[in-house]
Design a protein around this ligand. Structure first.
Ligand code: IPE
Length: 252
């Protein structure tokens, strides 16, 4: 049964879904353009949209390289991670422009004082929505108290969805959903223990699928529709069709 189309959707495009993990700073243009097309279709049907994207082979690879070389991230290292993420962000906004959206880009290191996301100024995101733009933000590096903290796009997407009272929070990943114990994607997920953990084959500095599910479960206490799915099913998820894995925490 369909739950009706999203009215305000926060869509997190996972770095793993729009970049080529194995190759440093390499975009998967086919996937990115496909996602942009589906988002533009949703907007043209009147839905409001906030786009958040991840780091993939840009942010994660840069952070992992610095950690390998120096063992830690100084506050000054945020600069190079921010640059890498801005490169990807401009490629994402260009792809959205090309499909007719009007993206407005907000780097989190300018929106948020630190990695406590309650410090992020989301008024500018609300302003963009009121003006008909599509606000875009992403996972980023923020200098905090003598170090660099990595803010994940997953957290930021949940924060935006909760604070702006979005009815949909959609996490786009490579796989069709969250894989359960049977090896198949779960239709509904209510507890993080249902997730089957596979080895991480690449640098992920923000915690992978378990952390994503934990954030999604928490957000599902206030956001009506929290879905984890792939690019192929993004449009259907935005239309309210039952695709991917629906995240719904117990004890609502
Ligand atoms: C990571 O953001 C940002 C940096 C590493 C700077 P995410 O944690 O949202 O990235 P993905 O989606 O897992 O690639």
């Amino acid at each position: 049964m369909s739950r009706g189309a999203c009215r305000l959707a926060v869509v997190k495009l996972g770095g793993g879904a729009i970049t080529v993990k194995e190759l440093p700073e390499t975009v998967d243009y086919r996937s990115l353009e496909e996602a942009a097309l589906q988002l533009a279709e949703y907007r043209s049907n009147g839905g409001l949209l906030v786009v958040v994207h991840g780091g993939g082979s840009f942010g994660h690879a840069t952070v992992a390289r610095i950690l390998r070389e120096k063992g830690r991230l100084s506050p000054l290292d945020s600069s190079i991670v921010q640059e890498s993420m801005l490169k990807l962000a401009l490629i994402v906004t260009r792809a959205l422009q090309d499909k007719g959206l009007k993206p407005s880009l907000h780097p989190p290191h300018s929106l948020c004082i630190n990695d406590d996301l309650s410090t992020c100024n989301l008024k500018v995101i609300e302003r963009d929505l009121e003006e008909g733009l599509t606000p875009v933000t992403y996972g980023d590096a923020i200098p905090v108290g003598g170090e660099t903290r990595i803010v994940s796009g997953d957290d930021l997407a949940a924060e935006i969805a909760v604070r702006l009272k979005a009815d949909c929070l959609i996490y786009v990943i490579r796989e069709p959903g969250v894989i359960g114990a049977s090896g198949e994607p779960l239709q509904t997920l209510r507890d993080v223990r249902e997730v089957r953990v596979v080895d991480m084959k690449w640098d992920d500095v923000t915690g992978g699928i378990i952390r994503k599910v934990e954030i999604a479960l928490k957000a599902s206490k206030t956001v009506e529709n929290v879905i984890i799915t792939n690019i192929e099913n993004l449009s259907r998820a935005l239309k309210g069709e039952p695709v991917g894995t629906r995240i719904k925490a117990y004890n609502l």
